[in-house]
Design a protein around this ligand. Structure first.
Ligand code: GLP
Length: 242
């Protein structure tokens, strides 16, 4: 595992953005997985800025997000579909048919998960996953305790995140919410993973994920087993690795 530590948050954002741009330039038909959240917002803006200044052919690039909320409309501003569309897809001119996302409503989520995975496989499988990490070590929406061999599924959300979504959407407490997430085994089959984290609040979980035992208690610790993984951090997130 390669660990890259950038001096400032801004340097981290720029370096992370270039990982995406570099992948698209190296392989024009690359299949690239993104993540939503605070960590990736600036990175996505910088990707868009670089493309605006120096456009290149993005017509064959495939983009997907590692996860998506379920039982909420795609038009909810917190849906991964809307966030990635607004932050990346429309700015880069990636054709809509190359933006692969699961549906948020379904009578058969198992079939929806299989459809999502098949669509990625048909394009040759994922080349790059820019992978965020949650405060409790979750990756995608796979919470602590998720078996590493779990395939793409609808997982319960992290409770803090679920509370935020419920507050924003005002859905009743008994209305089921979850998240369709690539399974850990599917994430691990990506050719290259870049685990990204910035800020002091991620320092402890990064230490556990990178230096601690490989355990389902910390889903992100599984990346220690990946043959082509980079952990990209700013100094604040890396502060407990020294
Ligand atoms: C959510 C997303 C994850 C993301 C995580 C980190 O749970 N489903 O894919 O990695 O948030 O978010 P943040 O970058 O805001 O800390």
């Amino acid at each position: 595992m390669k660990i890259t530590i950038m001096k400032t948050e801004h340097d981290f954002d720029v370096a992370a953005a270039w990982r995406i741009i570099g992948q698209m330039l190296e392989k024009p038909n690359a299949v690239i997985g993104l993540s939503t959240g605070q960590t990736t917002k600036n990175m996505h803006r910088i990707v868009s800025d670089i493309y605006k200044d120096s456009p290149f052919d993005t017509s064959k690039v495939t983009i997907f997000n590692v996860d998506e909320l379920t039982n909420l409309d795609r038009s909810y501003p917190g849906s991964c579909y809307t966030m990635i569309y607004e932050q990346v897809i429309k700015n880069l001119g990636v054709p809509d048919e190359n933006f692969i996302m699961p549906l948020t409503f379904s009578d058969d989520f198992d079939a929806e998960c299989a459809k999502f995975e098949n669509a990625l496989q048909e394009r040759g499988g994922a080349d790059l996953q820019m992978l965020g990490i949650g405060w409790n070590g979750h990756i995608g929406i796979n919470q602590p305790g998720t078996p590493f061999e779990r395939h793409t599924w609808v997982s319960p959300m992290d409770p803090i995140f679920e509370e935020k979504v419920r507050r924003e959407t005002k859905v009743p407490d008994d209305y089921p919410l979850g998240g369709l997430t690539r399974g850990i085994v599917d994430i691990m089959q990506t050719r290259k993973i870049v685990l990204i984290a910035k800020g002091e609040s991620k320092a402890e979980i990064i230490e556990k994920a990178v230096r601690g035992p490989i355990t389902t208690d910390i889903p992100a610790s599984v990346i220690q087993l990946h043959p082509n993984c980079e952990v990209l951090l700013d100094e604040a997130a890396a502060s407990r690795l020294r």
